[in-house]
Design a protein around this ligand. Structure first.
Ligand code: SF4
Length: 698
């Protein structure tokens, strides 16, 4: 559209949870100039390699531009009628729990809100889960256990004000590069000490004052040891603990059981453990930031609580430069949590298992169909699809055939499912190939809405391109189908601003301060106000009293207002003698998820051009593997063949394979097809960082 040419639009990046502000300027030749937004408080003009290459990932090559049924192009009317009819039929025949939605942290909050409303409010089932289950469900569960609500207490500024930053299971330099840049710039100014706890010597670990190359999965032993040490040396804020917490004695009793064993359990040098404990105990301003290395584990929730325990005992929470901090992977993982995108939550942080909250939501939405029990979490959901319990499934903006653990089972499940709908921008992802109905969704740059980053900052993502072909925003697609299912009055939306206003009003509906998420102060925005909305951090209550952090005032969201120490038992690592290596999976710097977007940029693909397995030199020598050899990586579920990267950065006995490469590439290198779908019993998050494999030269 010529009218858009040379007009700069303020938007946000499509990728990670840092949530950088972007200035996008479409040009008359079809190209788009991208720059960091100097006024956005997440990045102040910075962008990383992925963000700055966003303009190279646009274009319509290979795009899904029309609805398709059974591979044939159909009208929107025909496609939405078919989806509504098949969902309604399954519900009529088998009940509301026979249908499911699997959505994505790539969705905008407005899309997420409508999807969740349809499922939990009107279909009457909580069978809507999201790929955020793979990302930060353990952090959510840990927050709820400790604080009574899913709150990230601090902000990015705390990274810049801390004297010590501890990064646990986080390769911040590659996975959240702009936050890492902010941390490094602050370090230059104030000399921040940096401790990195990660089995691998990552690009982040290289910068650390102390790198603890921990045995995978042993984080609870380390933080329990630290917790007990702090108690022993008196690094305790007794006033805070007495007035604002409970459960210390029980948690300490659990933690003290293994103190003498910390070095052995973690595989660390005792002097390094001691140095870490001393540094942490004596430094007041500490931020402990954690990411997938913590969350993606069978003990992910306990890991989160073992970290939070160390901040609660010292009262280092919710004050400048202090606090535990969950860094989220996806651009809108936090927004999804706000609207109840997880099968275990209701919208606006209301509790699915609390009758008062279900009734409250029913009053607000004027429905009697609010789901009354938690739905299926991601791994269980696809098992239910395979077992035939789910008769109709709708997947939005995600590629579970590449990204779920036991990914081949997901493909089998989709092939066996009577009716699979996929909304996406591409017709040929591993998942889209399994669809009966393909719905063309709007992509980044074409859609309009909001996202919330890791520090609770709500920002607008704005369109700067016209909708191509017949592609439509996800909220529109869901709305059409909801209306065709008979829920017309409840889905009156004609634009994202309508949905945001409802979302904001719901957050403050009958909220006397008992629910942390409250953006009632944004509920009165009209379309113009919504269009212009500047980044706003929640809570943003109607009374407009500013609150940057949570917990500093000692107020939490449990029934008695006190934070909880949680006893976190140390679990032994799972061993499988026939598959002796621990498989760690994760990101590389310049790719995102299953590469459906970043794979289009030659510049990004130059950083790391092909999938690899990173192996310690001694393990490689023992297996007769040399640098750049082809290696078969095999688990009980299958095998992939990838190039060897022999490097002492890898901990002995462990290997690392990136998660990005998928079935579209020349060799099928979907590493998640090798990972058994073990999950954390509390959060349901899969243990994507502790697969069991053996390696051999191919
Ligand atoms: Fe985008 Fe994250 Fe990079 Fe910022 S740090 S530009 S949000 S990928």
């Amino acid at each position: 559209d010529a009218t858009r040419a040379n007009t700069t639009v303020r938007t946000t990046c499509a990728y990670c949870g840092v949530g950088c502000g972007v200035l996008a300027t479409p040009r008359a030749d079809g190209s788009v100039d991208i720059a960091g937004d100097p006024e956005h408080p997440a990045n102040f003009g910075r962008l990383c390699s992925k963000g700055s290459a966003l303009g190279e990932t646009l274009g319509l090559d290979g795009r899904l531009l029309h609805p398709r049924v059974g591979g044939r192009r159909v009208s929107w009317d025909a496609a939405t009628e078919l989806v509504a009819e098949r969902f309604a039929h399954a519900i009529a025949e088998h009940g509301p729990n026979s249908v499911a939605l699997y959505v994505s942290g790539q969705l905008l909050t407005e899309d997420y809100f409508v999807a969740n409303k349809l499922m939990k409010g009107f279909i009457g089932s909580a069978n809507i889960d999201t790929n955020s289950r793979l990302c930060m469900a353990s952090a959510v569960a840990g927050h709820r256990r400790a604080f009574g609500a899913d709150i990230v207490p601090g902000t990015y500024e705390d990274f810049e004000q801390a004297d010590l930053v501890v990064l646990v299971g986080s390769n911040l330099a590659w996975c959240h590069p702009v936050l890492h840049q902010r941390l490094m710039a602050a370090r230059d100014r104030i000399g921040t000490r940096l401790v990195v706890i990660d089995p691998r010597r990552t690009a982040t670990a290289v910068d650390a004052d102390l790198h603890l190359a921990i045995e995978p999965g042993s984080d609870v032993a380390l933080f329990n040891g630290l917790f007990a040490y702090m108690s022993e040396v008196g690094a305790v804020d007794t006033g805070f603990v007495a007035a604002h917490t409970c459960g210390l004695e029980q948690a300490l009793a659990e933690a003290s059981g293994h103190v003498a064993d910390v070095a052995r359990l973690t595989g660390l040098d005792p002097s390094d453990v001691q140095a870490f404990f001393e540094l942490f105990a004596r430094t007041e301003k500490v931020v402990t930031a954690f990411s997938q290395g913590v969350n993606q584990s069978v003990s992910g929730t306990d890991k989160v609580n073992s970290i939070i325990n160390c901040h609660l005992i010292s009262g280092r929470i919710g004050k400048p430069g202090m606090g535990p901090f969950s860094v989220t992977g996806q651009p809108n993982a936090m927004g999804g949590r706000e609207v109840g995108g997880l099968a275990t939550q209701l919208a606006a942080h209301m509790d699915l298992e609390a009758a008062a909250d279900r009734e409250r939501l029913g009053r607000f939405w004027q429905t009697r169909s609010v789901a009354d029990r938690p739905g299926l979490k991601a791994v269980d959901l696809f098992e239910a699809v395979r077992d035939g319990r789910i008769k109709a499934l709708w997947i939005m903006a995600t590629n579970p055939v590449a990204s779920m653990p036991d990914a081949d089972l997901v493909r089998e499940a989709l092939k066996a499912c009577p009716f699979v709908v996929v909304s996406d921008i591409l017709p040929d992802t591993d998942t889209a190939k399994c669809a009966d109905v393909l719905l063309p969704a709007a992509g980044w740059g074409e859609k309009d809405g909001t996202v919330t980053n890791s520090e609770r900052l709500i920002s607008r993502q704005r369109a700067f391109l016209d909708l191509p072909g017949e592609a439509r925003p996800d909220w529109w697609i869901i709305t059409q189908i909801a209306r065709r299912m008979g829920f017309t009055a409840a889905f009156p939306y004609s634009k994202p601003a309508d949905i945001f206003a409802e979302h904001a009003a719901l957050s403050s509906f009958e909220n006397d301060g008992g629910r942390a998420f409250d953006i009632g102060g944004l509920a009165a925005l009209d379309a113009a106000g919504y269009h212009e909305l500047a980044p706003a951090r929640w809570p943003f209550r109607r009374d407009a009293s500013a609150q940057t952090r949570f917990g500093g005032d000692g107020r939490f969201f449990t029934p008695d207002g006190r934070a909880r120490f949680v006893a976190t038992p140390v679990a032994g690592p799972a061993r499988e003698p026939r598959y002796p290596m621990v498989l760690n999976t994760g990101r590389v710097r310049d790719h995102w998820h299953t590469m459906t977007r970043t794979g289009r940029s030659p510049r990004l693909s130059r950083h790391i051009a092909e999938p690899f397995v990173e192996i310690h030199p001694l393990d490689a020598a023992q297996a007769g593997i040399g640098p750049a050899d082809l290696v078969r990586v095999e688990s009980p579920l299958g095998q992939i063949v990838v190039r060897a990267l022999v490097a002492a950065t890898q901990r002995q006995g462990t290997v690392f394979v990136p998660m990005h490469w998928n079935g579209q590439t020349a060799s099928d290198a979907r590493v998640d097809s090798l990972v058994i779908a073990d999950t954390d019993p509390v959060s349901g998050q899969p243990a994507l960082k502790s697969g069991r494999v053996r390696i051999a030269r191919f």
